[in-house]
Design a protein around this ligand. Structure first.
Ligand code: C2E
Ligand code: CA
Ligand code: CA
Length: 496
Protein backbone atom coordinates (compact mmCIF):
# COMPACT_ATOMS: atom_id res chain seq x y z
CA UNK A 1 0.00 0.00 0.00
CA UNK A 2 1.37 3.49 -0.80
CA UNK A 3 2.69 5.40 2.21
CA UNK A 4 0.19 8.25 1.81
CA UNK A 5 -2.79 5.85 1.76
CA UNK A 6 -1.51 4.05 4.86
CA UNK A 7 -1.18 7.36 6.72
CA UNK A 8 -4.72 8.41 5.72
CA UNK A 9 -6.08 5.04 6.85
CA UNK A 10 -4.26 5.32 10.16
CA UNK A 11 -5.71 8.76 10.82
CA UNK A 12 -9.24 7.60 9.88
CA UNK A 13 -9.06 4.55 12.15
CA UNK A 14 -7.73 6.72 14.98
CA UNK A 15 -10.63 9.10 14.51
CA UNK A 16 -13.22 6.31 14.30
CA UNK A 17 -11.91 4.63 17.47
CA UNK A 18 -11.87 7.93 19.34
CA UNK A 19 -15.39 8.87 18.22
CA UNK A 20 -16.82 5.43 19.05
CA UNK A 21 -15.22 5.40 22.50
CA UNK A 22 -16.50 8.90 23.09
CA UNK A 23 -20.10 7.99 22.17
CA UNK A 24 -20.14 4.83 24.30
CA UNK A 25 -18.33 6.06 27.38
CA UNK A 26 -19.38 9.75 27.55
CA UNK A 27 -23.09 8.82 27.66
CA UNK A 28 -22.46 6.19 30.28
CA UNK A 29 -20.46 8.66 32.37
CA UNK A 30 -23.25 11.25 32.20
CA UNK A 31 -25.88 8.70 33.23
CA UNK A 32 -23.81 7.74 36.23
CA UNK A 33 -23.07 11.29 37.28
CA UNK A 34 -26.31 13.20 36.52
CA UNK A 35 -29.81 12.24 37.64
CA UNK A 36 -31.67 15.53 37.02
CA UNK A 37 -33.35 15.35 33.54
CA UNK A 38 -33.11 19.11 32.80
CA UNK A 39 -29.49 19.27 33.72
CA UNK A 40 -28.89 16.15 31.62
CA UNK A 41 -30.05 17.96 28.43
CA UNK A 42 -27.64 20.85 29.07
CA UNK A 43 -24.81 18.43 29.82
CA UNK A 44 -25.50 16.55 26.55
CA UNK A 45 -25.24 19.84 24.58
CA UNK A 46 -21.98 20.71 26.37
CA UNK A 47 -20.63 17.24 25.64
CA UNK A 48 -21.43 17.70 21.96
CA UNK A 49 -19.50 20.98 21.85
CA UNK A 50 -16.57 19.43 23.67
CA UNK A 51 -16.47 16.68 21.03
CA UNK A 52 -16.40 19.30 18.27
CA UNK A 53 -13.57 21.25 19.94
CA UNK A 54 -11.41 18.17 20.62
CA UNK A 55 -11.85 16.70 17.13
CA UNK A 56 -11.21 20.10 15.53
CA UNK A 57 -7.95 20.43 17.49
CA UNK A 58 -6.92 16.93 16.48
CA UNK A 59 -7.71 17.63 12.86
CA UNK A 60 -5.72 20.87 12.99
CA UNK A 61 -2.59 19.12 14.28
CA UNK A 62 -2.80 16.32 11.71
CA UNK A 63 -3.53 18.53 8.72
CA UNK A 64 -0.94 21.18 9.57
CA UNK A 65 1.72 18.46 9.94
CA UNK A 66 0.80 17.02 6.58
CA UNK A 67 0.91 20.45 4.94
CA UNK A 68 4.26 21.26 6.45
CA UNK A 69 5.76 18.07 5.01
CA UNK A 70 4.25 18.74 1.60
CA UNK A 71 5.51 22.32 1.68
CA UNK A 72 9.02 21.23 2.62
CA UNK A 73 9.06 18.58 -0.08
CA UNK A 74 7.98 21.04 -2.71
CA UNK A 75 10.29 23.75 -1.58
CA UNK A 76 11.75 25.28 -4.68
CA UNK A 77 13.56 28.57 -4.67
CA UNK A 78 11.04 31.21 -5.77
CA UNK A 79 13.64 33.38 -7.52
CA UNK A 80 15.44 30.76 -9.59
CA UNK A 81 13.07 27.81 -9.54
CA UNK A 82 15.94 25.57 -8.38
CA UNK A 83 15.66 23.12 -5.48
CA UNK A 84 16.24 24.45 -2.01
CA UNK A 85 18.23 22.65 0.67
CA UNK A 86 15.64 20.14 1.93
CA UNK A 87 14.35 19.24 -1.52
CA UNK A 88 17.88 18.96 -2.87
CA UNK A 89 18.80 16.54 -0.11
CA UNK A 90 15.66 14.41 -0.62
CA UNK A 91 16.15 14.13 -4.38
CA UNK A 92 19.90 13.53 -3.99
CA UNK A 93 19.17 10.60 -1.69
CA UNK A 94 16.96 9.07 -4.39
CA UNK A 95 19.60 9.62 -7.07
CA UNK A 96 22.29 7.99 -4.91
CA UNK A 97 20.13 4.87 -4.68
CA UNK A 98 19.56 4.80 -8.41
CA UNK A 99 23.10 5.14 -9.73
CA UNK A 100 24.63 2.14 -11.51
CA UNK A 101 27.65 0.18 -10.30
CA UNK A 102 30.06 1.82 -12.79
CA UNK A 103 28.86 5.33 -11.96
CA UNK A 104 29.57 7.89 -9.28
CA UNK A 105 27.84 11.04 -8.15
CA UNK A 106 29.78 14.29 -8.26
CA UNK A 107 28.42 16.95 -5.97
CA UNK A 108 29.66 20.46 -6.69
CA UNK A 109 28.99 23.54 -4.57
CA UNK A 110 29.66 26.94 -6.10
CA UNK A 111 29.78 30.20 -4.22
CA UNK A 112 30.08 33.62 -5.85
CA UNK A 113 33.07 35.51 -4.49
CA UNK A 114 32.19 39.03 -3.29
CA UNK A 115 28.44 38.70 -3.84
CA UNK A 116 27.67 41.34 -1.23
CA UNK A 117 29.75 43.82 -3.24
CA UNK A 118 27.66 42.91 -6.26
CA UNK A 119 24.54 43.65 -4.26
CA UNK A 120 26.00 47.05 -3.52
CA UNK A 121 27.10 47.93 -7.00
CA UNK A 122 24.15 46.54 -8.95
CA UNK A 123 21.41 46.90 -6.35
CA UNK A 124 19.29 43.95 -5.23
CA UNK A 125 17.39 43.77 -8.52
CA UNK A 126 20.57 43.79 -10.56
CA UNK A 127 22.16 41.07 -8.38
CA UNK A 128 18.96 39.01 -8.61
CA UNK A 129 19.20 39.23 -12.38
CA UNK A 130 22.67 37.65 -12.27
CA UNK A 131 21.33 34.81 -10.14
CA UNK A 132 18.32 34.17 -12.35
CA UNK A 133 20.33 34.31 -15.55
CA UNK A 134 22.84 31.83 -14.11
CA UNK A 135 20.01 29.51 -13.01
CA UNK A 136 18.45 29.79 -16.47
CA UNK A 137 21.79 28.91 -18.06
CA UNK A 138 22.06 25.83 -15.85
CA UNK A 139 18.53 24.73 -16.71
CA UNK A 140 19.15 25.13 -20.43
CA UNK A 141 22.49 23.34 -20.30
CA UNK A 142 21.77 20.37 -18.07
CA UNK A 143 19.30 17.58 -18.71
CA UNK A 144 16.65 16.61 -16.16
CA UNK A 145 18.95 13.89 -14.80
CA UNK A 146 21.22 16.55 -13.29
CA UNK A 147 20.06 17.87 -9.94
CA UNK A 148 20.36 21.64 -9.56
CA UNK A 149 19.91 23.66 -6.41
CA UNK A 150 20.26 27.08 -4.86
CA UNK A 151 21.33 26.39 -1.31
CA UNK A 152 22.16 29.88 -0.14
CA UNK A 153 21.81 33.46 -1.39
CA UNK A 154 24.83 33.12 -3.68
CA UNK A 155 25.41 29.40 -3.45
CA UNK A 156 24.51 26.93 -6.20
CA UNK A 157 24.83 23.16 -6.24
CA UNK A 158 24.93 20.57 -8.98
CA UNK A 159 24.76 16.82 -8.42
CA UNK A 160 25.65 14.89 -11.52
CA UNK A 161 25.87 11.16 -12.11
CA UNK A 162 28.96 10.38 -14.20
CA UNK A 163 30.87 7.27 -15.23
CA UNK A 164 33.63 6.37 -12.77
CA UNK A 165 37.01 7.91 -13.58
CA UNK A 166 38.83 11.15 -12.86
CA UNK A 167 38.38 12.53 -16.36
CA UNK A 168 34.59 12.45 -15.98
CA UNK A 169 34.78 14.26 -12.68
CA UNK A 170 37.10 16.89 -14.19
CA UNK A 171 34.82 17.40 -17.13
CA UNK A 172 31.75 17.83 -14.88
CA UNK A 173 33.61 20.44 -12.81
CA UNK A 174 34.86 22.29 -15.88
CA UNK A 175 31.37 22.47 -17.36
CA UNK A 176 29.89 23.97 -14.21
CA UNK A 177 32.76 26.44 -13.88
CA UNK A 178 32.53 27.44 -17.54
CA UNK A 179 28.80 28.08 -17.25
CA UNK A 180 29.56 30.44 -14.39
CA UNK A 181 32.25 32.26 -16.38
CA UNK A 182 30.07 32.52 -19.48
CA UNK A 183 27.25 33.95 -17.43
CA UNK A 184 29.58 36.49 -15.82
CA UNK A 185 30.89 37.57 -19.23
CA UNK A 186 27.38 37.79 -20.68
CA UNK A 187 26.51 40.16 -17.85
CA UNK A 188 29.74 42.16 -18.36
CA UNK A 189 30.99 41.27 -14.93
CA UNK A 190 34.39 40.25 -13.65
CA UNK A 191 33.42 37.96 -10.83
CA UNK A 192 35.00 34.82 -9.50
CA UNK A 193 33.65 31.80 -7.72
CA UNK A 194 34.84 29.24 -5.18
CA UNK A 195 33.97 25.58 -5.61
CA UNK A 196 33.83 22.62 -3.22
CA UNK A 197 33.58 19.12 -4.64
CA UNK A 198 32.57 15.86 -2.96
CA UNK A 199 32.33 12.50 -4.70
CA UNK A 200 30.11 9.62 -3.71
CA UNK A 201 30.81 7.01 -2.39
CA UNK A 202 34.24 8.04 -0.98
CA UNK A 203 33.18 11.35 0.54
CA UNK A 204 29.84 10.12 1.90
CA UNK A 205 27.22 7.53 0.99
CA UNK A 206 24.14 9.50 2.02
CA UNK A 207 22.97 12.86 0.72
CA UNK A 208 23.46 14.41 4.14
CA UNK A 209 27.08 13.26 4.46
CA UNK A 210 27.93 14.10 0.88
CA UNK A 211 26.47 17.58 1.24
CA UNK A 212 28.39 18.13 4.44
CA UNK A 213 31.62 17.06 2.66
CA UNK A 214 30.96 19.39 -0.28
CA UNK A 215 30.27 22.17 2.18
CA UNK A 216 33.57 21.66 4.06
CA UNK A 217 35.42 21.59 0.75
CA UNK A 218 33.75 24.87 -0.23
CA UNK A 219 34.60 26.47 3.10
CA UNK A 220 38.23 25.45 2.61
CA UNK A 221 38.25 26.81 -0.95
CA UNK A 222 36.89 30.15 0.30
CA UNK A 223 39.34 30.35 3.21
CA UNK A 224 42.35 29.50 1.10
CA UNK A 225 41.26 31.44 -1.95
CA UNK A 226 42.04 28.28 -3.83
CA UNK A 227 39.28 28.28 -6.44
CA UNK A 228 38.39 24.60 -6.37
CA UNK A 229 38.79 22.31 -3.40
CA UNK A 230 38.07 18.60 -3.22
CA UNK A 231 36.88 17.01 -0.03
CA UNK A 232 39.44 14.49 1.03
CA UNK A 233 38.82 12.26 3.99
CA UNK A 234 42.51 11.60 4.58
CA UNK A 235 43.28 15.31 4.51
CA UNK A 236 40.42 16.14 6.79
CA UNK A 237 41.59 13.47 9.25
CA UNK A 238 45.09 14.91 9.19
CA UNK A 239 43.64 18.39 9.67
CA UNK A 240 41.67 17.22 12.71
CA UNK A 241 44.81 15.67 14.20
CA UNK A 242 46.73 18.87 13.54
CA UNK A 243 44.03 20.91 15.24
CA UNK A 244 44.19 18.61 18.27
CA UNK A 245 47.97 18.87 18.36
CA UNK A 246 47.67 22.63 18.15
CA UNK A 247 45.31 22.70 21.12
CA UNK A 248 47.78 20.58 23.08
CA UNK A 249 50.66 22.84 22.08
CA UNK A 250 48.75 25.92 23.26
CA UNK A 251 48.06 24.18 26.55
CA UNK A 252 51.67 23.00 26.90
CA UNK A 253 52.89 26.57 26.35
CA UNK A 254 50.37 27.98 28.81
CA UNK A 255 51.29 25.45 31.50
CA UNK A 256 54.98 25.52 30.55
CA UNK A 257 55.00 21.79 29.91
CA UNK A 258 57.88 22.06 27.47
CA UNK A 259 61.52 21.66 28.36
CA UNK A 260 64.96 22.65 27.19
CA UNK A 261 68.20 20.89 26.38
CA UNK A 262 71.56 22.49 25.81
CA UNK A 263 74.20 21.41 23.32
CA UNK A 264 77.75 22.63 23.98
CA UNK A 265 79.99 24.07 21.30
CA UNK A 266 83.79 23.86 21.38
CA UNK A 267 86.80 25.64 20.06
CA UNK A 268 88.45 23.24 17.62
CA UNK A 269 91.99 24.28 18.49
CA UNK A 270 91.89 24.61 22.26
CA UNK A 271 88.91 22.30 22.89
CA UNK A 272 87.53 24.96 25.21
CA UNK A 273 83.79 25.34 25.61
CA UNK A 274 82.66 28.36 23.66
CA UNK A 275 78.93 28.29 24.25
CA UNK A 276 75.72 26.30 24.22
CA UNK A 277 72.79 26.14 21.83
CA UNK A 278 69.38 25.99 23.50
CA UNK A 279 67.01 23.47 21.92
CA UNK A 280 63.38 23.09 22.84
CA UNK A 281 61.74 19.73 23.66
CA UNK A 282 58.11 18.65 23.86
CA UNK A 283 57.15 15.35 25.42
CA UNK A 284 53.49 14.95 24.56
CA UNK A 285 51.53 13.06 27.23
CA UNK A 286 49.96 10.70 24.65
CA UNK A 287 52.15 10.89 21.54
CA UNK A 288 55.56 10.96 23.24
CA UNK A 289 58.49 12.97 21.92
CA UNK A 290 57.57 15.35 19.12
CA UNK A 291 60.55 16.75 17.17
CA UNK A 292 60.85 20.54 17.31
CA UNK A 293 60.86 20.79 13.52
CA UNK A 294 57.27 19.57 13.60
CA UNK A 295 55.78 21.70 16.31
CA UNK A 296 57.77 24.83 15.44
CA UNK A 297 56.11 24.72 12.04
CA UNK A 298 52.72 24.40 13.74
CA UNK A 299 53.62 27.33 15.98
CA UNK A 300 54.69 29.40 12.98
CA UNK A 301 51.39 28.79 11.23
CA UNK A 302 49.39 29.76 14.28
CA UNK A 303 51.15 32.82 15.66
CA UNK A 304 52.72 31.04 18.59
CA UNK A 305 56.37 31.78 17.82
CA UNK A 306 56.58 34.67 20.26
CA UNK A 307 55.28 32.41 23.02
CA UNK A 308 57.89 29.77 22.20
CA UNK A 309 60.70 32.32 22.35
CA UNK A 310 59.34 33.85 25.55
CA UNK A 311 59.29 30.39 27.12
CA UNK A 312 62.83 29.58 25.91
CA UNK A 313 64.27 32.83 27.26
CA UNK A 314 62.52 32.58 30.61
CA UNK A 315 63.30 28.90 31.18
CA UNK A 316 66.93 29.19 29.99
CA UNK A 317 67.54 32.09 32.38
CA UNK A 318 65.90 30.14 35.25
CA UNK A 319 67.79 26.91 34.60
CA UNK A 320 71.23 28.21 33.66
CA UNK A 321 71.04 30.93 36.30
CA UNK A 322 69.80 28.39 38.86
CA UNK A 323 72.89 26.23 38.29
CA UNK A 324 75.19 29.25 38.42
CA UNK A 325 76.20 28.79 34.78
CA UNK A 326 75.64 32.40 33.77
CA UNK A 327 78.30 33.82 36.05
CA UNK A 328 81.24 33.51 33.73
CA UNK A 329 80.95 29.75 33.17
CA UNK A 330 79.21 29.76 29.80
CA UNK A 331 80.62 32.37 27.43
CA UNK A 332 77.66 32.38 25.02
CA UNK A 333 74.06 31.13 24.86
CA UNK A 334 72.46 30.72 21.44
CA UNK A 335 68.73 30.55 20.95
CA UNK A 336 66.85 29.79 17.73
CA UNK A 337 64.16 32.07 16.47
CA UNK A 338 61.84 31.30 13.61
CA UNK A 339 61.76 33.01 10.23
CA UNK A 340 58.24 34.28 10.93
CA UNK A 341 59.50 36.04 14.01
CA UNK A 342 62.55 37.55 12.38
CA UNK A 343 60.50 38.97 9.54
CA UNK A 344 57.91 40.64 11.75
CA UNK A 345 58.70 43.99 13.37
CA UNK A 346 56.02 43.42 15.99
CA UNK A 347 57.34 39.97 16.97
CA UNK A 348 60.90 41.29 17.15
CA UNK A 349 59.67 44.03 19.49
CA UNK A 350 58.05 41.37 21.66
CA UNK A 351 61.26 39.34 21.61
CA UNK A 352 63.19 42.39 22.77
CA UNK A 353 60.83 42.79 25.73
CA UNK A 354 61.46 39.17 26.74
CA UNK A 355 65.22 39.54 26.30
CA UNK A 356 65.19 42.59 28.57
CA UNK A 357 63.34 40.56 31.18
CA UNK A 358 66.04 37.88 31.11
CA UNK A 359 68.64 40.25 32.51
CA UNK A 360 71.36 37.76 33.38
CA UNK A 361 71.06 35.90 30.11
CA UNK A 362 70.86 38.92 27.79
CA UNK A 363 74.59 39.82 27.78
CA UNK A 364 75.49 36.27 26.68
CA UNK A 365 72.77 35.98 24.12
CA UNK A 366 73.22 35.06 20.49
CA UNK A 367 70.28 34.71 18.13
CA UNK A 368 70.34 32.06 15.40
CA UNK A 369 68.35 32.87 12.31
CA UNK A 370 68.09 30.68 9.24
CA UNK A 371 69.43 31.91 5.97
CA UNK A 372 65.98 31.95 4.38
CA UNK A 373 64.64 34.07 7.23
CA UNK A 374 67.19 36.76 6.59
CA UNK A 375 66.43 36.95 2.91
CA UNK A 376 62.84 38.02 2.93
CA UNK A 377 63.79 41.65 2.90
CA UNK A 378 67.50 42.20 3.23
CA UNK A 379 67.40 45.94 4.04
CA UNK A 380 64.87 45.32 6.79
CA UNK A 381 66.99 42.45 8.11
CA UNK A 382 70.03 44.70 8.25
CA UNK A 383 68.21 47.28 10.35
CA UNK A 384 66.69 44.68 12.69
CA UNK A 385 70.06 43.08 13.30
CA UNK A 386 71.84 46.43 13.74
CA UNK A 387 69.29 47.57 16.30
CA UNK A 388 69.64 44.41 18.40
CA UNK A 389 73.40 44.41 18.06
CA UNK A 390 73.45 47.83 19.69
CA UNK A 391 72.03 46.12 22.76
CA UNK A 392 74.93 43.68 22.73
CA UNK A 393 73.14 40.74 21.13
CA UNK A 394 75.08 38.64 18.64
CA UNK A 395 73.70 37.13 15.47
CA UNK A 396 74.39 33.79 13.87
CA UNK A 397 73.23 32.44 10.52
CA UNK A 398 72.03 28.87 10.92
CA UNK A 399 72.02 26.08 8.31
CA UNK A 400 74.39 28.13 6.20
CA UNK A 401 74.73 26.98 2.59
CA UNK A 402 71.22 25.63 2.22
CA UNK A 403 69.69 28.86 0.85
CA UNK A 404 70.28 30.38 -2.55
CA UNK A 405 71.99 33.63 -1.69
CA UNK A 406 74.49 32.80 1.01
CA UNK A 407 76.99 35.22 -0.45
CA UNK A 408 74.64 38.19 -0.22
CA UNK A 409 74.13 37.35 3.44
CA UNK A 410 77.83 37.37 4.09
CA UNK A 411 78.27 40.63 2.24
CA UNK A 412 75.27 42.60 3.50
CA UNK A 413 74.32 41.38 6.97
CA UNK A 414 76.22 42.53 10.05
CA UNK A 415 76.42 39.03 11.53
CA UNK A 416 78.90 37.54 13.99
CA UNK A 417 78.75 33.85 13.27
CA UNK A 418 78.00 31.35 10.51
CA UNK A 419 76.97 27.76 11.20
CA UNK A 420 77.80 25.45 8.31
CA UNK A 421 74.82 23.19 7.69
CA UNK A 422 75.26 19.63 8.91
CA UNK A 423 74.53 18.17 5.46
CA UNK A 424 77.91 19.49 4.24
CA UNK A 425 79.72 18.23 7.33
CA UNK A 426 78.14 14.80 6.88
CA UNK A 427 79.82 14.31 3.49
CA UNK A 428 82.99 16.29 4.09
CA UNK A 429 85.27 13.24 4.28
CA UNK A 430 83.58 11.35 1.45
CA UNK A 431 82.62 13.89 -1.13
CA UNK A 432 85.07 16.29 -2.76
CA UNK A 433 82.44 18.90 -3.51
CA UNK A 434 81.19 19.08 0.08
CA UNK A 435 84.80 19.38 1.19
CA UNK A 436 85.38 22.22 -1.27
CA UNK A 437 82.21 24.03 -0.19
CA UNK A 438 83.12 23.81 3.49
CA UNK A 439 86.61 25.04 2.70
CA UNK A 440 85.22 27.98 0.72
CA UNK A 441 82.76 28.92 3.48
CA UNK A 442 85.52 28.87 6.09
CA UNK A 443 87.85 31.00 3.99
CA UNK A 444 85.15 33.55 3.19
CA UNK A 445 83.69 33.94 6.64
CA UNK A 446 87.09 34.39 8.18
CA UNK A 447 87.80 37.05 5.61
CA UNK A 448 84.75 38.85 6.99
CA UNK A 449 85.90 38.40 10.57
CA UNK A 450 83.07 36.10 11.51
CA UNK A 451 83.23 32.97 13.64
CA UNK A 452 82.54 29.79 11.74
CA UNK A 453 80.92 26.83 13.47
CA UNK A 454 80.52 23.33 12.01
CA UNK A 455 77.21 21.67 12.92
CA UNK A 456 76.54 17.97 13.25
CA UNK A 457 80.08 16.75 13.77
CA UNK A 458 79.75 13.00 14.36
CA UNK A 459 83.16 11.44 13.64
CA UNK A 460 86.80 12.01 14.53
CA UNK A 461 87.64 12.25 10.82
CA UNK A 462 85.19 15.11 10.33
CA UNK A 463 86.55 16.91 13.34
CA UNK A 464 90.15 16.47 12.23
CA UNK A 465 89.37 17.68 8.73
CA UNK A 466 87.52 20.75 10.03
CA UNK A 467 90.42 21.61 12.32
CA UNK A 468 92.77 21.26 9.40
CA UNK A 469 90.62 23.61 7.29
CA UNK A 470 90.79 26.22 10.04
CA UNK A 471 87.17 26.02 11.19
CA UNK A 472 86.82 27.83 14.52
CA UNK A 473 84.25 25.84 16.39
CA UNK A 474 82.28 22.61 16.27
CA UNK A 475 79.05 21.19 17.63
CA UNK A 476 77.74 17.65 17.28
CA UNK A 477 77.08 14.25 18.80
CA UNK A 478 80.79 13.41 18.76
CA UNK A 479 81.56 16.27 21.12
CA UNK A 480 78.41 16.37 23.23
CA UNK A 481 74.77 15.43 22.89
CA UNK A 482 72.07 18.01 23.68
CA UNK A 483 71.58 17.61 27.45
CA UNK A 484 69.44 18.77 30.35
CA UNK A 485 70.70 21.55 32.57
CA UNK A 486 71.86 19.34 35.47
CA UNK A 487 73.85 17.19 33.04
CA UNK A 488 75.27 20.35 31.53
CA UNK A 489 76.37 21.56 34.96
CA UNK A 490 78.10 18.22 35.58
CA UNK A 491 79.66 18.33 32.13
CA UNK A 492 81.03 21.80 32.79
CA UNK A 493 82.47 20.89 36.15
CA UNK A 494 84.25 17.94 34.50
CA UNK A 495 85.39 19.58 31.29
CA UNK A 496 85.30 23.33 31.94
P1 C2E B 1 69.00 23.50 14.30
O1 C2E B 1 68.95 24.89 14.80
O2 C2E B 1 69.81 23.22 13.10
O3 C2E B 1 69.44 22.64 15.53
C1 C2E B 1 70.39 21.63 15.51
C2 C2E B 1 69.74 20.31 15.41
O4 C2E B 1 70.72 19.33 15.10
C3 C2E B 1 69.12 19.86 16.73
O5 C2E B 1 67.97 19.09 16.42
C4 C2E B 1 70.21 18.96 17.30
O6 C2E B 1 69.73 18.02 18.21
C5 C2E B 1 70.73 18.31 16.05
N1 C2E B 1 72.10 17.81 16.17
C6 C2E B 1 73.07 18.22 17.03
N2 C2E B 1 74.20 17.54 16.82
C7 C2E B 1 73.97 16.69 15.81
C8 C2E B 1 74.76 15.70 15.11
O7 C2E B 1 75.92 15.47 15.40
N3 C2E B 1 74.15 15.02 14.11
C9 C2E B 1 72.86 15.25 13.76
N4 C2E B 1 72.33 14.53 12.75
N5 C2E B 1 72.09 16.16 14.39
C10 C2E B 1 72.64 16.88 15.38
P2 C2E B 1 66.60 19.40 17.10
O8 C2E B 1 66.79 19.70 18.53
O9 C2E B 1 65.70 18.30 16.69
O10 C2E B 1 66.14 20.74 16.42
C11 C2E B 1 65.72 20.77 15.10
C12 C2E B 1 65.42 22.18 14.69
O11 C2E B 1 64.30 22.71 15.40
C13 C2E B 1 66.54 23.13 14.99
O12 C2E B 1 67.49 22.99 14.01
C14 C2E B 1 65.82 24.45 14.99
O13 C2E B 1 65.67 24.92 13.66
C15 C2E B 1 64.46 24.10 15.54
N6 C2E B 1 64.43 24.47 16.96
C16 C2E B 1 64.87 23.78 18.03
N7 C2E B 1 64.65 24.47 19.18
C17 C2E B 1 64.06 25.64 18.82
C18 C2E B 1 63.57 26.79 19.53
O14 C2E B 1 63.67 26.90 20.75
N8 C2E B 1 62.99 27.79 18.79
C19 C2E B 1 62.90 27.73 17.45
N9 C2E B 1 62.33 28.73 16.81
N10 C2E B 1 63.34 26.66 16.74
C20 C2E B 1 63.91 25.63 17.41
CA1 CA C 1 70.20 26.35 15.43
CA1 CA D 1 71.29 24.22 12.07
Amino acid sequence: MPKSLASALRITILYAVFAALWIVFSDKALELLIHDVNFMTQAQTLKGWLFVVVTAALLFVLVSNAFRTIEALNQMDSLTGLARHFTFQQILDQRLHLRAEDQQVVLMYLDIVGFSKLNHSLGFDGADKILTSFAQRLKTHYSASVLMGRLGPDQFAIAQVVTKGEEHVDSAINQFRQLFDTNARANHLEIDCAMGVAIEPNDGRTAKLLMSSANSALTKAKLENSGIQFFNQELSKQETERQLLLQDLRLALKNEHLSLVYQPQYDLRSNNLTGVEVLIRWRHPRLGFIPPDQFIELAEENNLCDKISAFVLKRAQQELGGFGLLDGVIPRVSINISAVEFNSTLLMEKLMVQINKAEELAPLLQIEITETAALDDITKSVSVIKRLKQKGIRFSVDDFGTGYTSLVILRDLPIDEVKIDRSFIHYITRDKKSHAIVQAIITMTQGFDMTVVAEGVETDEQRAMLAQLGCNEAQGYLLAMPMEVHQLAEHFSLVG
